[in-house]
Design a protein around this ligand. Structure first.
Ligand code: TEU
Ligand code: CA
Length: 558
């Protein structure tokens, strides 16, 4: 199969917050179809759609009750097929979110499974007897608060849910369950989708002995060594590739919250026939404290560079990288890694984009990133919608681990709703997202940050992304060049080169609001500048090249 996704750029749509076509306050499929020409203009190749399947929305669609139906709020299967047709006409591919570590507890499989120990769907989920004292098999903490085990009165057993109790984990040990999943995947591929982003796919194989984990601050234990990258995960992915994906020219990316470079090599080495690439979490976890993202500490550029370099070098010859600053679970890229104050917002956004898009791998752009959307601060917890933030607020404040003020500050910095406020299309009411009442508040800065204004300004972030996306198509060195980090100990700049045959690409980025000097041994002024966020050519003094605040340049030396 071709490796068309190597020079492709993927754009992530979080449908609920993208564009509402019928005024009910919720983004929908027809809203997406309407905006496909906008995405075409940006120049992306693939759209990754966060889940659009039938769901009771405990976790905004990551709790699926029917994999073969479209969520009522998002429209109909007919709307979906229209969207696919229109995407095809524009030569845009659609990548679906595959959430098969768990389903909703309202999925027919779980409804059956729960009926009795002898039901033929019982083995589709993970059921365990209580300990002799009635307690659950382990004290493992669930990702969204509380225990991973939920007691079921009817059958007097516990079921496992690594996320919320409305997201029971599927039992991948069941052959029948796996075959049903593969069948479902083939149905979507037959419809014409281009592939899958696989939700927490390195969590599907559990240690069958369910050992107790180490104690956490909350009183629960850490079960993660026993469910990440488990004993059969590679066998399952190879089987999935054989039985669901082979014969289709797909793009696959595995979301992997806990993965090392060495493990990623196993997941993505071509000859092993598992996945094309993975999303690791190393850079988005920078600054995590003892309560993880809820006790954020400042992060260091040298650490970020070390992380990216480890992945660039590690997957240089084996496997392939995916590149991202943000997604629907993360704060906005600019607020997290750049500078979201108006003076430097667009400029630092361009710098971040340069830094990421010149790396080796497939870049992912999260909706709104291309216009420089920022984090939001709602004054009341009532304005938040994400179960992760809401549950953590209650659990951590009730246990006295954080004050309410500290928790709100943490939500402002790292909460998932930062990424989920509506896409800002214009300076009209509700940012042009809906004519009704949006399901989550619009970021009040839509009056200055919106698509309409970005399209009207030649030097906007939007057109800068457009140019970066195009460069990848026209310069093989951006796709294939070998990566080398320069100035690894500097806390202010990220400088690297890419080398292919006799060509060298130099990427210079300043992560600070100060002018800094870099003493490079290259005649940059004489070479081609492929892209920069500055109005002027780079200047050289006796001390070296001058990089202004958040400045970025890319040079091609032949
Ligand atoms: O995310 C997996 C995941 O690890 C995150 O939920 C993470 O725990 C949290 O967001 C960061 O603290 C995937 C989806 O992307 C996410 O939206 C879902 O909630 C989750 O799986 C469950 O399906
Ligand atoms: Ca709608």
């Amino acid at each position: 199969m071709t490796k068309w996704w190597k020079d492709a750029t993927v754009y992530q749509i979080y449908p609920r917050s993208f564009n509402d076509s019928n005024g009910d306050g919720i983004g929908d499929i027809n809203g997406i179809t309407e905006k496909l020409p906008y995405l075409k203009e940006l120049g992306i190749d693939v759209i990754w759609l966060s889940p659009v399947y039938q769901s009771p929305n405990d976790d905004n669609g990551y709790d699926i009750s029917d994999y073969e139906a479209i969520m009522d709020e998002f429209g109909t299967m007919n709307d979906y097929e229209q969207m696919l047709l229109e995407a095809k006409r524009l030569d845009l591919k659609i990548m679906m979110d595959l959430v098969v570590n768990h389903t909703s507890d309202e999925h027919q499989w779980f409804i059956e499974s729960k009926k009795s120990k002898t039901n033929d769907k019982r083995a589709y989920y993970i059921w365990h007897d209580p300990k002799t004292n009635g307690e659950p098999p382990t004290q493992w903490a669930a990702a969204f608060g509380g225990s991973v085990w939920e007691y079921d009165e009817t059958s007097e057993q516990y079921y496992l849910h690594l996320f919320s109790k409305k997201q029971p984990d599927l039992n991948w040990e069941s052959d029948a369950m796996r075959q049903d999943v593969y069948r479902m995947m083939r149905n979507w591929l037959d419809k014409g989708v281009a592939g899958f982003r696989m939700d927490v796919i390195n969590m599907i194989s559990k240690d069958p002995t369910y050992p107790e984990g180490k104690k956490l601050k909350t009183g629960y234990t850490d079960g993660s060594p026993y469910y990440f990258n488990g004993p059969k995960v590679h066998a399952y992915l190879q089987e999935m590739r054989r039985e669901a994906l082979s014969g289709y020219d797909t793009i696959t990316v595995g979301e992997m919250p806990n993965v090392s470079v060495d493990q990623a090599k196993l997941y993505t080495a071509e000859e092993r026939k598992e996945l094309d690439m993975v999303f690791h979490f190393d850079h988005v976890g920078l600054g995590d404290g003892e309560l993880g993202k809820w006790t954020p500490k400042p992060w260091k550029l040298t650490d970020l560079k070390q992380i990216f370099s480890r992945w660039q070098e590690g997957l240089d010859e084996v496997g392939w990288n995916s590149l991202y600053w943000s997604n629907h679970d993360q704060p906005r890229a600019l607020s997290r890694f750049g500078n979201d104050q108006e003076t430097y917002r667009v400029k630092s956004g361009k710098m971040l984009a340069t830094c990421l898009h010149m790396l080796k791998g497939t870049p992912y752009v999260f909706q709104g990133e291309e216009i420089g959307m920022t984090n939001v601060q709602f004054s009341s917890l009532d304005d938040y919608r994400d179960l992760e933030s809401i549950n953590a607020f209650h659990e951590l404040t009730e246990k006295g681990l954080l004050t309410e003020e500290e928790m709100m500050e943490a939500i402002y910095k790292r909460g998932r709703d930062n990424a989920r406020t509506p896409m800002q299309w214009s300076n009209q009411v509700n940012a042009g997202f809906t004519s009704g009442t949006p399901w989550i508040g619009v970021n009040p800065n839509y009056r200055t940050i919106n698509v309409h204004d970005a399209l009207a300004k030649k030097d906007s972030l939007f057109y800068y992304y457009q140019k970066l996306i195009k460069l990848r198509k026209t310069h093989e060195i951006i796709v294939e060049g070998r990566y080398h980090l320069l100035y690894q100990d500097r806390e202010d700049i990220y400088v690297y080169k890419r080398v292919l045959n006799d060509q060298t690409l130099i990427v210079l980025t300043n992560f600070t609001d100060q002018t800094v000097t870099v003493d490079l041994p290259y005649q940059l002024m004489m070479s081609d500048c492929l892209i920069t966020n500055e109005d002027e050519a780079i200047e050289k003094s006796d001390a070296g090249y001058q990089l202004k605040p958040y400045g970025a340049y890319v040079f091609l030396l032949n």
